[in-house]
Every structure is written in C-alpha cells, then in structure tokens.
Design a binder for this molecule. Structure first.
Ligand SMILES: Nc1ncnc2c1ncn2[C@@H]1O[C@H](COP(=O)(O)OP(=O)(O)OP(=O)(O)O)[C@@H](O)[C@H]1O
Length: 243
C-alpha cells in the first residue's frame, strides 16, 4: 500500500481528492459535471456534501469511494491511490475499508434482512451464523430486529433503508459514504440513523461522508461542503447564510 504524501495529500487525510474532473457523454456532447475539485476529508468528522439537484454530489461521492472513475485527478483513501489499483485490488479495498449507503438500497431480493445486512461479513469469510448475529445487533440498534427474517419485498421503504444502513456498518469500515441516508425516514428514525452513524463511523481513524438535502439534520454535521455546478463553493462548519 502506498501511503506517501504525494500531490499535497496529508498522510492523515481519510480522503484526499486532487483536481477531480468528471465528464459524461450526452448524445454527441461531452458534459463536464465536476471541475477541478480539491478537498481533503478529515478522519474523526462527519462531512456533508450539499447542493442543488444536478450539482454533482452523487458523482463526487462515487468518485471518492472507488465506484466511478474520474476523468482527471487522483483520489487517495487512507493513503491508497485507489484508481491505480487493479480491478480485483479495488474490489478488495472497498470490501475491507468502505461501507456504502446508496439512494437505491440494492438489497438482494431472495435473502432475508439479516442475511442482507450480513453480506460484507460473509464476503470477508465470516461464518454465516456469526455474521447474521452481528448483523442482527445492528438491526436491533436501528429498531428493526423484529424484521430480521423478512425478505426485502416484505419491508417498508424505511425498513429497507435501515437494512441497507446496517449492511454499510456491519463490518465497521474505516470510511462510510451515504447518499441521502435519512430521505425515506421520519424525523425520529432519521435521528436514530444519524446517531448510529456517528457512533460507528466517526472515530479518530474513521470518516463519514454524507450527501443530503435533509435540512432536519444539517445541525449534526462537523463540516459542510456545498457544491454548485460541479465546484465547491462553501466549506464550513455550518450552511452558508441564507440556506
Ligand atoms: N451516467 C450519467 N450520464 C450522463 N450524465 C450524468 C450521469 N450521471 C450524472 N450525470 C449528470 O451529471 C450531473 C450531476 O449529477 P449528480 O447525480 O452527481 O448530481 P446530484 O447533485 O447528486 O443530484 P441529485 O441531488 O438530484 O441526486 C447532472 O447534470 C446529471 O444529469
């Protein structure tokens, strides 16, 4: 693993993104949706990415966590230049280090909630029963222990989302990235999810990045980056005035 400080990356940064650009093809045109993003995500913090629809939040978070290649630039996650890894190495790196909560929950329809939440542990080689029991602890903390044996299509949207959250946290990853983790939840469940995220995903050697529109949880951020048209226009502990 390369942990050297290249390109001005601090060795302490959880994520070091340098000069990130991303283009998408739209018909005959190539559209640039991120323009030279430079930022460090610090461990021990919950960092929000906020911005209007289409500002590039999902694109940026996907690049930061190794699921979408940047057109230009470099991303280091805990010192590893992730886009210089082979495909297999990158899959393995993600499995060991990153937990994802996507807008689509991507649950496996044919297995129950506990098994879905246990997937990262089973993929890491943990025996199934032990993995299920660890997953059930998280389902319990998210108040859906009684749903553990149900299939995803027997759960409500909010319950499915909490299974996806349990799956993202069950292997205690060093980096947790979330796209709208509270969108489908009522205020109380949303707070519970945020408490659990802080408990599991924020520590001196861990970091959490959250894309959100949910102004009910803005006060829970340690740092807020605001994106506009693919550029960071604000970096502070609170939302800019007038938002
Ligand atoms: N696969 C793709 N192909 C073409 N254009 C894309 C693709 N993915 C995203 N875009 C475009 O890139 C821009 C940024 O999209 P992105 O999903 O990152 O924004 P966002 O801020 O997350 O929006 P939202 O809040 O609506 O989820 C948008 O204009 C979008 O249409």
């Amino acid at each position: 693993m390369d942990t050297s400080a290249i390109g001005g990356c601090s060795p302490e940064a959880a994520i070091c993104a340098r000069n990130i650009a991303r283009d998408f093809e739209s018909g005959q045109q190539v559209i640039r949706v991120l323009h030279g993003i430079d930022t460090d995500i610090r461990p021990g913090e919950m960092t929000y990415l906020v911005g209007e629809s289409g500002s590039g939040k999902t694109t940026l978070i996907s690049i930061m966590c190794g699921i979408l290649w940047p057109t230009e630039g470099e991303v280091r996650v805990f010192g590893t230049d992730i886009y210089s890894l082979s495909d297999d190495e990158l899959v393995n790196f993600r499995l060991q280090n990153i937990g994802f909560i996507f807008q689509q929950y991507n649950l496996i329809p044919s297995i129950d909630a506990a098994a879905n939440a246990a997937v990262p542990l089973i993929a890491q080689g943990m025996p199934v029963e032990r993995a299920r029991s660890k997953a059930k602890e998280l389902l319990d903390a998210l108040n859906i222990a009684d749903q553990a044996d149900k299939l995803p299509n027997q759960l409500s949207g909010g319950q499915q989302q909490r299974v996806a959250i349990a799956r993202a946290l069950v292997h205690e990853p060093r980096l947790v990235v979330c796209d709208e983790p509270t969108a489908a939840l009522d205020a109380k469940s949303g707070r519970r999810v945020m408490d659990l995220l802080r408990e599991v995903a924020v520590a001196p050697d861990r970091a959490c990045v959250i894309v959100t529109h949910d102004n009910r949880i803005f006060d829970l951020a340690d740092r807020i980056l605001v994106l506009e048209d693919g550029r960071i226009i604000h970096d502070g502990t609170q939302m800019p005035d007038g938002h």
